[in-house]
Design a protein around this ligand. Structure first.
Ligand code: SF4
Length: 301
């Protein structure tokens, strides 16, 4: 297809690398130099020697790549690809919670905007929330914005987790992926192993065989001998899994779609490469937000 060849030519001319999140639509995943979860994409962003990073994910991910690489130009093909959950935790709310809990540490999910991250002691991803909470010496940890990830962390740590805000959630996992959907898949595929993301409701996590981030799901599909998997996360994760394991079967919850992740298209990628407008994070915010991200990357090595 001409359009794809033009994209590849522009990519070559700009010396760009394409980092693509596991929830991107198949036609975008197929263009990736690297496809992965937030933690893996952070590492790739930090290690690349490309001049441009074309990031197919949502706003906070592109910001993270820019914070980790102030010398590179980060492109987000559709600038309206914003994670609603990240928008649920303004920096002001983190500062207020700190005032109310002066002895607590702050661990924020990577799904937050740079201003909020700048207020954190440590960042975590869905691959390492418990590890990050336990890495801090404080007994109480302010944790946000996802209440379901907070529930998962509380289940596995002896520390006291205080949610900030109280009711943050990802609509894809919390509202579009319900226990009844997973139960219906279980009834249809009784031998399938259930993999669930920790952004899912607790009642979904409770009927899962494994609760994992998407990077963990890739490993589980590889390690486990099972041939069938029910995948309780964003639907297009199954495309990624099937591509890596064509001899296995992966069953998605069809309604579990993240509309923001689907905003990027080959056409928009072409546009972004044709007239590059890099994502900007204010220098003083980027400097403060880098510390908790960098600390997480060091602790999770
Ligand atoms: S899947 Fe949920 S957490 Fe991830 S970008 Fe979409 S809305 Fe945000």
């Amino acid at each position: 297809m001409d359009g794809i060849n033009e994209i590849l030519a522009l990519k070559r001319d700009l010396n760009a690398v394409f980092l693509v999140h596991n929830y991107q639509p198949p036609e975008v995943q197929d263009l990736a130099d690297f496809c992965g979860d937030s933690l893996e994409l952070c590492r790739h962003a930090q290690e690349t020697d490309a001049d441009y990073i074309l990031f197919c994910g949502v706003d906070f991910m592109a910001e993270c790549a820019a914070i980790l690489n102030p010398d590179k130009k980060v492109l987000l093909p559709d600038r309206e690809a914003r994670c609603p959950m990240a928008g649920m935790l303004p920096a002001e709310e983190v500062r207020k919670a700190r005032e109310e809990h002066p002895d607590a540490a702050v661990v924020l999910y990577i799904n937050t905007l740079a201003e909020a991250k700048a207020e954190a002691d440590l960042v975590c991803t869905s691959a390492n929330p418990v590890e990050m909470v336990d890495a801090l010496k404080e007994r109480t940890v302010l944790f946000g914005p996802d209440k379901n990830l907070a529930w998962f962390a509380q289940k596995h740590t002896r520390k006291k987790i205080v949610r900030v805000p109280d009711d943050g959630y990802c609509y894809t996992h919390h509202l579009r992926l319900l226990r009844k959907d997973v139960e219906a898949l279980k009834a249809a595929h009784p031998n399938a192993v259930v993999l669930a993301h920790p952004e899912c409701n607790p009642d979904v996590q409770e009927i899962a065989d494994r609760v994992l981030g998407t990077g963990g799901m890739m490993h589980a599909a590889h390690e486990l001998r099972a041939r069938e998997f029910i995948v309780a996360t964003e639907k297009d994760m199954c495309y990624r899994l099937k591509k890596a394991h064509p001899h296995k079967e992966f069953y998605p919850v069809e309604s579990a779609v993240c509309d923001q992740m689907k905003k990027h298209t080959p056409f928009k990628i072409h546009e972004a490469l044709s007239s590059p407008e890099p994502v900007r994070v204010e220098r003083h915010i980027a400097k403060k937000a880098l510390r908790p991200i960098q600390r997480m990357l060091e602790l999770s090595e």
